[in-house]
Design a binder for this molecule. Structure first.
Ligand code: PAF
Length: 288
C-alpha cells in the first residue's frame, strides 16, 4: 500500500493510474478508522481496480476549536487497518499543503445546509465541500464512498458534484453499528463504557419512532415516542430530532407525498457530540 503525503506525489501516482486506464474508488476519511470506514473500503474494493483512501482532519470544517483539538488521531493503526482491508493508496496530506494560505472560497447550499448540522455548525459544510472538492481534484476517483450516518453531508456532496459537473459517481453505504445499536463513529472513542451504553439508546429511540411512524403514520406521535425513550435515559442531551424527506432534507410534518423519510438525531453524551439517523421507506414500510 502506497502512502503519499504531498498533493504533487498523489497527482503523479493518479496520472500513472489513469494512463493505464484503471478504475479507481476513493474513501475520504478523517482517520480513526473503524468498521464503518472499512465497509466503505470493502465496497470500493468490489467495484474498482484500485482503492484509494484519504486521511485528513480537515481544520476548516470544525466550527469548534476544542472539537478539532480532541479529534482522535491514530495514524499508525489506521494505515494497518486500511492495508488489511485491501486499500492500495492512502493520501495523508498536511494542512499546510492542503491550505498553503487561508482559503477564501466559501460554499452555501441554501435549504440543504440551513437545517440540522448546517444550522448547528455554521460553516461546517462549506469546509467539507472545499476539502472534498480538493480531494476529488487531486485524486480524480471515478467513484467515491460515504456513510449514511452523515446523510446531510452526502446530500450536500451529491449536490456539489451535480452543480460542478464533476465526473465522479457517489455511493452511500448503510450505517455500521455496534452490537448494541450504537452507530460507529470516530468520536465514540471518547465515550466511557457507561457512556457507550447510554448512547446505544439513541438508536433504540430512532427504531421506536420508525415503528410508530409505520403503524400510526403520524409524525408527531413518532417523534414523541423517540423523545419519551430518550427522556427516560439520563445522560443524553438532544440537540435536534427531526423527520426530513431524504430528497431535500426539509422537515416534514405529514407523511403524504413523501417516498422516503429520515429521522435525524444530534446530541451529546458525556460532552461528546453524536449523530445518527434512520431511513424509512414509507410506501414499502421498511427502515434502514
Ligand atoms: O465524513 C468525514 O469523515 C469528513 O467530513 C470528510 C468527508 C472526510 C471530509 O473531511
Amino acid at each position: 500500500m502506497k502512502v503519499l503525503t504531498s498533493p504533487a506525489a498523489a497527482r503523479q501516482a493518479v496520472d500513472a493510474l489513469s494512463d493505464r486506464g484503471v478504475t479507481t474508488g476513493l474513501v475520504p476519511t478523517m482517520g480513526a478508522i473503524h468498521r464503518g470506514h472499512l465497509s466503505l473500503v470493502q465496497a470500493a474494493r468490489q467495484e474498482n481496480e484500485v482503492v484509494m483512501a484519504s486521511i485528513f482532519v480537515n481544520p476548516i470544517q470544525f466550527n469548534n476549536p476544542d472539537d478539532l483539538a480532541r479529534y482522535p488521531r491514530t495514524l499508525e493503526a489506521d494505515l494497518e487497518k486500511l492495508k488489511a482491508a485491501g486499500c492500495d493508496l492512502v493520501f495523508v496530506p498536511e494542512a499546510r499543503d492542503m491550505y498553503p494560505q487561508q482559503p477564501l472560497t466559501q460554499f452555501a447550499f441554501g435549504p440543504l445546509d440551513e437545517v440540522m448540522e448546517g444550522a448547528y455548525r455554521p460553516g461546517h459544510f462549506s469546509g467539507v465541500a472545499l476539502v472534498v472538492l480538493k480531494l476529488f481534484h487531486i485524486l480524480r476517483p471515478q467513484k467515491a464512498y460515504f456513510g449514511q450516518k452523515d446523510l446531510q453531508q452526502f446530500k450536500i456532496i451529491e449536490r456539489l458534484v451535480k452543480d460542478t459537473s464533476l465526473p465522479v459517481t457517489l455511493r452511500m453505504l448503510p450505517i455500521v453499528r455496534e452490537h448494541s445499536g450504537l452507530a460507529l463513529s470516530s468520536r465514540n472513542q471518547r465515550l466511557s463504557g457507561e457512556g457507550k451504553q447510554v448512547a446505544a439508546r439513541i438508536f433504540q429511540a430512532l427504531q421506536k419512532a420508525a415503528l410508530e411512524l409505520t403503524t400510526s403514520r403520524n409524525i408527531t406521535r413518532s417523534v414523541a415516542a423517540a423523545q419519551q425513550h430518550l427522556a427516560a435515559s439520563p445522560g443524553i442531551e438532544v440537540e435536534y430530532l427531526t423527520w426530513v424527506n431524504t430528497d431535500d432534507l426539509q422537515p416534514v410534518e405529514r407523511i403524504s407525498n413523501h417516498d422516503q423519510l429520515a429521522l435525524c438525531f444530534a446530541g451529546y453524551v458525556e460532552g461528546v457530540r453524536l449523530i445518527d439517523n434512520i431511513i424509512v421507506d414509507i410506501h414499502a414500510d421498511r427502515s434502514s
